[in-house]
Design a protein around this ligand. Structure first.
Ligand code: URP
Ligand code: ZN
Ligand code: ZN
Length: 462
């Protein structure tokens, strides 16, 4: 199977140029001007961008959480991803008590088998840090192809600082990365008790209960421990100006700390929690939405290089039936999370590039090239000879109004409902196979569940 994409603007993380791209048997084999070769399919990309498929390194597919499940499974979640121009994702595998890392990975890979429509990898999330599990980290990096490990500093499956130190040591030795959900649980507990005494239990108080200082303190503590051990640390879903200030401070001291943020922390703010009735529950996620000042600080953090990756934290729960299942009279019982995987690329292009907050090349770095490097996806993340032909022919002028009913995520609402974006995927390829295409008024999935593969990642150094 071969495909020739002619006349598009190829966008890389460092520059853009017009050329043709030939892909054969799933790989990019030639890039050049006026390529005169035959192919099974020829695509005219005049006026379009040719982007590397986006990589979402933060998803929670079919994750059991807060008495229910994140609703997208490997089929619906990866179909939605493909339709949004995401051609690889790294999902979290939350370890169950008593389980080894290997057993946890096998359990999650069985859920993906035959269903996954794009390539994927897994980050083991360590919740039961028995000595044999800490020892197994070496194998996970060198044999299982999963060199990044998530730990939570909050929730009832959090780990303590001693575990964080052990994991930081192990990952430094073998070429891994520790990812942290950085919030201080004691500050949150204190606020929860205070708000309960005052009878403040509406969705709005979810944000009040998790103030910026909860993130700032946890980022600083994790960074200090990474400095102590000389390890690489990655802050997931960074949300606040104060948290970012700590990332900057430690980076300027030479600490190996990296950060990710998500569209919701750039584009939405805490005013959303004031939507009438129970509407604020749609935005109950952790960390919560912050102020407009934090939104602006995070945009600046993308441009300064202090934040290197954009991810979604895709974790959808229906507004009717899930968000309101237990939590109508207490924000603490509302499942935390929101949908995002299908809108990642259109939102960053429209709100970032079109509005001139970031360059096109920065967008490609944040969504693909930098992400692939951060997480050891050596065959992905760029339109380059030898890479997997994960490509998006992107129409930068196409208008689309975000409407839940025109998207594929398995959820009954969208946080950006009614927002018009400029720029949408026209065609999406996963290893040279067409998986999604713009038809009439939306992107349609035209791929095959089961086409996606588990990708073994390489160890990470420095
Ligand atoms: O609210 C969120 N973010 N839900 C998913 C779990 C997590 O903390 O990432
Ligand atoms: Zn988290
Ligand atoms: Zn998450």
């Amino acid at each position: 199977m071969s495909v020739l994409i002619k006349g598009g603007l190829i966008v890389t993380s460092t520059g853009s140029y017009s050329a043709d791209v030939l892909a054969e048997n799933g790989k990019i084999v030639t890039i050049g001007t006026d390529l005169r070769c035959t192919a099974d399919e020829v695509v005219d990309a005049g006026g379009k961008y040719v982007l590397p498929g986006a990589i979402d390194p933060h998803t929670h597919l079919c994750m059991p959480f807060m008495g229910t499940y994140a609703q997208d499974d490997y089929q619906s979640g990866t179909i939605a991803a493909a339709c949004g121009g995401v051609t690889a994702l790294i999902d979290f595998q939350i370890q169950q008590q008593g389980e080894s890392i290997r057993q946890g990975l096998d359990r999650k890979m069985a859920l993906a088998e035959g269903k996954v429509a794009i390539d994927y990898s897994l980050h083991p999330a360590i919740t039961d840090p028995r000595p044999e599990v800490i020892a197994e980290v070496e194998k996970a990096i060198l044999e299982y192809g999963t060199p990044s490990f998530k730990i939570f500093m909050v929730y009832d499956f959090r780990v303590d600082d001693a575990t964080m130190i052990k994991l930081l040591e192990q990952t430094r030795r073998h070429g891994g990365l520790v990812q942290v959900h950085a919030e201080n649980p004691h500050i949150i507990q204190h606020m929860n008790e205070k708000l309960a005494r005052e009878g403040k239990l509406a969705p709005y108080y979810h944000a009040v209960s998790r103030p910026n200082i909860a993130e700032e303190e946890a980022v600083a503590r994790a960074a200090r421990l990474a400095e102590f051990t000389g390890s690489q640390l990655y802050i997931v879903h960074l949300s606040s100006r104060e948290g970012l200030a700590k990332v900057k401070e430690f980076r300027s001291r030479g600490v190996g700390i990296h950060a990710e943020t998500c569209p919701q922390y750039l584009l939405l703010d805490e005013e959303r929690y004031k939507e009438p009735g129970f509407g604020g529950a749609k935005y109950v996620m952790s960390p919560p939405l912050r102020s407009k000042e934090s939104n602006e600080a995070l945009w600046a953090g993308l441009n300064s290089g202090d934040i290197q990756v954009l991810a979604t934290d895709h974790c959808p729960f229906d507004f009717h039936g899930k968000k309101d299942m237990f939590g109508t009279d207490d924000y603490k019982k509302i499942p935390n999370g929101a949908p995002g995987i299908e809108t990642l690329l259109p939102l960053l292009h429209s709100e970032g590039v079109v509005k001139q907050r970031i360059s096109l090349e920065k967008m490609v770095d944040l969504l693909a090239t930098g992400t692939a490097k951060m997480f050891g996806l050596q065959d992905k993340g760029a339109i380059e000879v030898g890479k997997d032909a994960d490509m998006v022919v992107f129409d930068p002028t196409r208008k689309f109004t975000i409407t839940q009913s025109k998207l594929h995520m398995n959820v009954d609402y969208n946080p950006y409902e009614g927002l018009e974006v400029t720029g949408m995927p026209e065609l999406v390829f996963s290893r040279g196979m067409k998986v999604a295409e713009w038809r009439n008024d939306r992107v349609e999935f035209i791929g095959q569940p089961g086409h996606g593969r588990f990708i073994k990642r390489v160890p990470l150094r420095g």
